[in-house]
Design a protein around this ligand. Structure first.
Ligand SMILES: [Zn+2]
Length: 284
C-alpha cells in the first residue's frame, strides 16, 4: 500500500526501530526494494534523489509506476524525494504524487532554512505528504577525503529548527558521510548529538549516508533514536559487484540476464539492512 512516511516513522519512533530508505533511480531498483520489504513484511521508503531525477528519469516518468507497485504490495511503501534542494522541483514532485519530500535547505543560513522548510511543511499538508528537514551539513567523500570537516549538527539549533518548522522527520549529522569510505574505515559517531536532540524533540531522526557505517554504529543509533536510515552506495555496490563477477565468469551473458541478476543482488542487500534496522514484520 502506498503511504506517506508519517505513520511508519511514528510507529518506528514508539517501537525503537528504524525504517530503511533506499536510493532508487529506475523501476528495476524500486522493484528490488519493494520486493525485499514485501518478503520481510517491513515498511519501506523508496528514496528518489533530486540529482538522479534531474539526470536520469524524471519524476513524471517514475512516480506513477512506483505508486502502482506500492499499491500492489501488501506492505507500507512511501516515495520520498531525497535531498530536494530546489523549492520549485520539490513542489512539482508533490504534485506528481510523492508521498514524502525532504526539503534540504541546509546550505542556507539557519533562519532561511527554517522559513523554507516551514513553508514546505504547509504546502505538503495539502497533499497529505510528510516532510523531512535537514540541519547541519552531512559530510560527503570525494576520493578518500572527507569534504566537510565541520559537519556535526549542533543540538540546540536542531531542537529549535524542529520546533519551528513542524517537520515529520529530521536528518542530523553526527559522523556519517555520503558515498563510499576507504576500505576498512569505520566512521566515529558522536552519539551524544543523537541523544540530546531526541530527548528534546522526540521526533523521528534520520541517519544519512548509512552505507559502510558498521553494524555497531547502526545498532547504537537506533537505540538512541534514529528511525530512518538512508542507504544508497551499498545498494549500488551490491549490484555492481554482482554484475562484474557474473560478467567475468561469463562474458556472453545477455543484458536481460544481467539486469535480473543485479536486481536480485540489490534485493538481498536491502533484506540485510531491513534485518539490521529491526523493521522485519513491522508493516501494518
Ligand atoms: Zn543524504
Amino acid at each position: 500500500m502506498y503511504v506517506s512516511m508519517k505513520g511508519m516513522l511514528d510507529r518506528a519512533n514508539k517501537g525503537k526501530y528504524a525504517v530503511m530508505a533506499i536510493n532508487c533511480f529506475n523501476l528495476e531498483t524500486a522493484k528490488a526494494v519493494i520486493d525485499a520489504a514485501q518478503e520481510l513484511r517491513a515498511p519501506i521508503i523508496v528514496d528518489l534523489l533530486q540529482e538522479h531525477l534531474m539526470e536520469h528519469l524524471g519524476s513524471k516518468l517514475l512516480t506513477q509506476p512506483i505508486i502502482e507497485m506500492a499499491n500492489a504490495s501488501s506492505v507500507e511503501v512511501a516515495i520520498n524525494l531525497d535531498h530536494g534542494q530546489d523549492i520549485g522541483f520539490v513542489k512539482r514532485c508533490l504534485k506528481d504524487g510523492f508521498s514524502s519530500v525532504m526539503m534540504d535547505a541546509s546550505a542556507y543560513p539557519i533562519e532561511k532554512n527554517i522559513e523554507i522548510t516551514r513553508n514546505m511543511v504547509a504546502f505538503a499538508q495539502t497533499y497529505d505528504a510528510s516532510v523531512e528537514g535537514e540541519i547541519g551539513s552531512i559530510g560527503s567523500i570525494s576520493g578518500n577525503q572527507m569534504t566537510n570537516n565541520d559537519m556535526y549538527t549542533q543540538p540546540d539549533i536542531a531542537i529549535d529548527f524542529a520546533l519551528k518548522t513542524g517537520i515529520d522527520a529530521l536528518a542530523i549529522s553526527y559522523g556519517s558521510s555520503h558515498g563510499n569510505y576507504q576500505e576498512g574505515f569505520v566512521p566515529e559517531f558522536r552519539f551524544d548529538i543523537v541523544e540530546k536532540i531526541k530527548q528534546a524533540t522526540n521526533i523521528p531522526l534520520v541517519l544519512h549516508g548509512g552505507s559502510g557505517c558498521g553494524e555497531e554504529n547502526i545498532r547504537r543509533s537506533i537505540e538512541l533514536g534514529i528511525n530512518k536510515i538512508n542507504v544508497g552506495s551499498d545498494f549500488m555496490n551490491a549490484q555492481c559487484q554482482r554484475l562484474k563477477r557474473d560478467l567475468k565468469a561469463n562474458p556472453e551473458l545477455s543484458y536481460f540476464d544481467l539486469i535480473h541478476r543485479t536486481v536480485s543482488a540489490g534485493k538481498e542487500l536491502v533484506k540485510y539492512y531491513i534485518r539490521l534496522s529491526q523493521s522485519v514484520n513491522k508493516s501494518i
